[in-house]
Design a protein. Structure first.
Length: 280
């Protein structure tokens, strides 16, 4: 059972410049090359609102490159990325990187980046930077608006840390904290930005089996409690198959299939991409 919307052979030749009702994101005929290497090749898929959507493929398939094109860290050579933002449907292609988060699209990275000299709470507060309105002058002299914002966002950060089960560590320095805790700090920063869509780049990387199992529940809770859509790349197939509503498989930047986890598991093209085609 293949969703016709996801089949490249049935994709429209020209941009729709809109999103069908119920879709949060549509990547449309996306392509990018680095030198002579075609990293993403005419790729189309759509993510529905409030869906947990997985993007999978062998090493070097172009998954993180797709993420970087969506968030405009890379400017694609061709194609469009339509997103249902807080202000309506927008095409992300060509927008400044720093403006994307303001539209409600936030992401994590494969490598956790924290400021080790700051507490966990202070690291999480960084995620609210786009929402601070007080000027440097107001903050320096602790004027009323600055104090109000500080109280509001501090309470919000404390609530997020409590939601993720690490509020007891909020005042501890990030340096020296377990890796699993730092991954939660990174998740917490995305939640501070009032996301409509969260992109998770290998969220289980470096986690042990117990932490990975717990992450499955955490991702579902984030989708439900924060009423947002989640798009993830992950190599741990137990996590992907256990948490995703639908999965898109790619290989060498090309679309292979998009379907529910059970069908993706049985798909011949996906099996060949991961395991290699059997000789006759």
């Amino acid at each position: 059972m293949v969703d016709p919307l996801m089949d490249l052979s049935l994709a429209p030749e020209t941009s729709t410049r809109t999103l069908p009702d119920g879709d949060a994101l549509r990547v449309e005929r996306l392509s990018i090359s680095f030198g002579g290497l075609r990293a993403v090749d005419d790729l189309t898929f759509a993510v529905r609102e409030k869906e947990i959507f997985g993007l999978i493929g062998p090493n070097g398939a172009g998954k993180t490159t797709v993420f970087n094109c969506i968030t405009q860290f890379y400017r694609p050579d061709e194609g469009n990325v339509f997103f249902r933002s807080r202000d309506g449907v927008v095409n992300l292609v060509g927008r400044p990187v720093h403006s994307v988060i303001g539209l409600g699209l936030v992401r994590t990275f494969q490598n956790v980046e924290v400021i080790q000299e700051l507490s966990l709470l202070e690291n999480v507060l960084i995620g609210a930077h786009i929402d601070f309105r007080a000027t440097i002058f107001e903050q320096a002299f602790k004027l009323p608006r600055a104090r109000r914002e500080e109280r509001f966002f501090r309470k919000k950060a404390e609530d997020v840390l409590d939601f993720l089960g690490i509020s007891n560590r909020r005042d501890l320095l990030a340096g020296g904290q377990p890796y699993g805790v730092l991954k939660k700090v990174e998740l917490a920063r995305t939640l501070m930005a009032n996301p409509r869509l969260i992109i998770l780049d290998e969220p289980a990387a470096g986690l042990n089996d117990t932490e990975t199992q717990n992450l499955t529940g955490t991702i579902r809770q984030i989708r439900n409690e924060y009423d947002c859509t989640i798009l993830l790349v992950e190599h741990d197939m137990r996590l992907v198959m256990g948490v995703c509503d639908r999965i898109c498989a790619i290989s060498f930047g090309k679309f292979l299939a998009c379907d529910v986890p059970g069908e993706i598991r049985r798909n011949r093209l996906v099996q060949e991409a991961y395991l290699g085609e059997e000789e006759a």
